[in-house]
Design a binder for this molecule. Structure first.
Ligand SMILES: [Mg+2]
Length: 365
C-alpha cells in the first residue's frame, strides 16, 4: 500500500446496524423476537420488503423484494409496516454516540455511517478499540447490535463491516489489505453494478487479482473514468474523504402506480406529473442540473435507468419532461407493463447545498 509522505495513514470505521428496521421492531415488540419478521409493505398491496429479520433471511427473504414473494418464501413470516419516526430516533442516538469519538461522521442512511478516527476526540488511538466501544454503547444504550468494518479507507471499511454480520467487527489492516482486495469478487468493488460486473466477467475479470493485471490504460479503455478509480482501489488506494456534510447529489421524484401502466400515453401523463415535482424541488433549492435520469420499474420488478446530459445546467419543466419522455420511448416499455416511473436531476452546476436532515441527505422526498 502506497502512502503519501507526511500524511498519517487514515483510520476509517464503517458502522452498519444489523437488520435495522426489523431489529428495532423486535426490540420494541418482544413477541416478534426469534420469529421471521418482514418490515415493509403488505403482501396483498404490492408492497416491498424494507428489511427482513435474520430469521426471515434464512428463507431467502431480502430487502427490495416484493412482499408477495417474501410471503411465498416464508409463509409464516410476520409483516409489519415501518415506523420511520422510531428509526429516526434511534438513528439520532447512534449519531450522538459516534460524536463522542469524532466529528468526522458521514451518514449514508439512517443506519449506516463512515467515521474518520485518525484523530479521535478521546485520544484512544486504536480504531479497533473505538469500534468496540461504539458497538458496546449501541448495545447498552439502545439494546441493538451493529457491525463495524475498520480499515485505512472507505472502500475496504464498508466491505469489512458486512463480513461478520450480525454483531461483527472486521479489521483489515495495512498488512492484509492487498490480499484481501485481490480475493474480492468484482461485484464487491465500489461502483460496480450488475452491468459492469457482467462486462468484467466477459473480459475474464472475476476478482481483484484479475483487475490488478490491467494497466491504467487498459482499464480506462474498457471502463472509462470509473476505470481509473478501479485501478486505484484494487491497489488499496481510495482517497475519498469522510465528508461530515454530504452534498446533495441529486433531486428526484418517483411514483409507484396502483396498477401497471401499459399504454405510452398513460406513462407520459405520469411523467408530466413527476417532472413537475422535480422542477418545483429544483427551483425551491435553486439547483440546476446537467443530467436527467429516467427510472423505470417493470411489473416483473426489473429496473432500468436511462440518462441524458446537457452541457449547461437546467431546471426548466419542459426540458425535464421532454427528456424523460424521449428516454422512455427509447426503452421497451411498450412490451412490458410498468409499475414505477421516476425522474432524477443530478450533476448540479450551482454550489452544493448542505445536509439538513438526519438521513445525511437533503430530505426532498
Ligand atoms: Mg444495515
Amino acid at each position: 500500500m502506497e502512502e503519501k509522505q507526511g500524511q498519517p495513514r487514515r483510520k476509517i470505521i464503517h458502522i452498519d446496524m444489523d437488520a435495522f428496521y426489523a431489529s428495532v421492531e423486535q426490540r420494541d415488540n418482544p413477541e416478534y423476537c426469534g420469529k421471521p419478521l418482514v418490515v415493509g409493505g403488505a403482501p396483498d398491496a404490492r408492497g416491498v420488503v424494507a428489511t427482513a429479520s435474520y430469521e426471515a433471511r434464512k428463507f431467502g427473504v431480502r430487502s427490495a423484494m416484493s412482499s408477495r414473494r417474501a410471503l411465498q418464501l416464508c409463509p409464516h413470516a410476520i409483516f409489519v409496516r415501518p415506523r420511520f419516526a422510531a428509526y429516526k430516533e434511534v438513528s439520532q442516538h447512534i449519531r450522538e454516540i459516534f460524536g463522542r469519538y469524532t466529528d468526522l461522521i458521514e451518514p449514508l442512511s439512517l443506519d449506516e455511517a463512515y467515521l474518520d478516527v485518525t484523530e479521535d476526540k478521546l485520544g484512544i488511538g486504536s480504531a479497533i478499540d473505538i469500534a468496540k466501544a461504539i458497538k458496546q454503547a449501541i448495545k447498552d444504550e439502545l439494546d441493538l447490535t451493529a457491525s463495524a468494518g475498520v480499515s485505512v479507507n472507505k472502500f475496504v471499511a464498508k466491505i469489512a463491516s458486512d463480513m461478520e454480520k450480525p454483531d461483527g467487527l472486521t479489521f483489515i489492516g495495512p498488512s492484509s489489505l492487498a490480499s484481501f482486495i485481490e480475493k474480492l469478487p468484482v461485484e464487491k468493488f465500489w461502483g460496480v453494478g450488475k452491468v459492469t460486473a457482467d462486462k468484467m466477467k466477459k473480459l475474464g475479470l472475476f476478482t481483484g487479482a484479475d483487475l490488478k493485471q490491467l494497466s491504467l490504460e487498459q482499464i480506462t479503455r474498457h471502463f472509462g473514468k470509473a476505470g481509473a478509480f478501479y485501478y486505484n482501489i484494487v491497489r488499496g488506494i481510495d482517497e475519498r474523504e469522510v465528508q461530515p456534510h454530504r452534498e446533495t447529489k441529486s433531486v428526484g421524484a418517483e411514483d409507484t402506480f396502483p396498477y401497471d401502466l401499459s399504454s405510452l400515453e398513460e406513462m407520459e401523463a405520469e411523467l408530466d406529473k413527476i417532472a413537475l415535482l422535480v422542477h418545483q424541488r429544483l427551483v425551491k433549492h435553486q439547483l440546476k442540473g446537467r443530467t436527467i435520469t429516467l427510472k423505470v420499474k417493470y411489473s416483473d420488478f426489473r429496473q432500468i435507468t436511462r440518462s441524458q446530459s446537457y452541457p449547461d445546467g437546467l431546471d426548466d419543466l419542459q426540458t425535464i419532461a421532454a427528456t424523460a419522455k424521449s428516454l422512455l420511448r427509447a426503452t421497451d416499455v411498450e412490451e412490458s407493463p410498468v409499475r414505477l416511473l421516476g425522474i432524477t436531476v443530478s450533476n448540479f452546476t450551482t454550489p452544493e447545498i448542505r445536509e439538513k436532515g438526519p438521513s445525511g441527505q437533503l430530505e426532498l422526498f
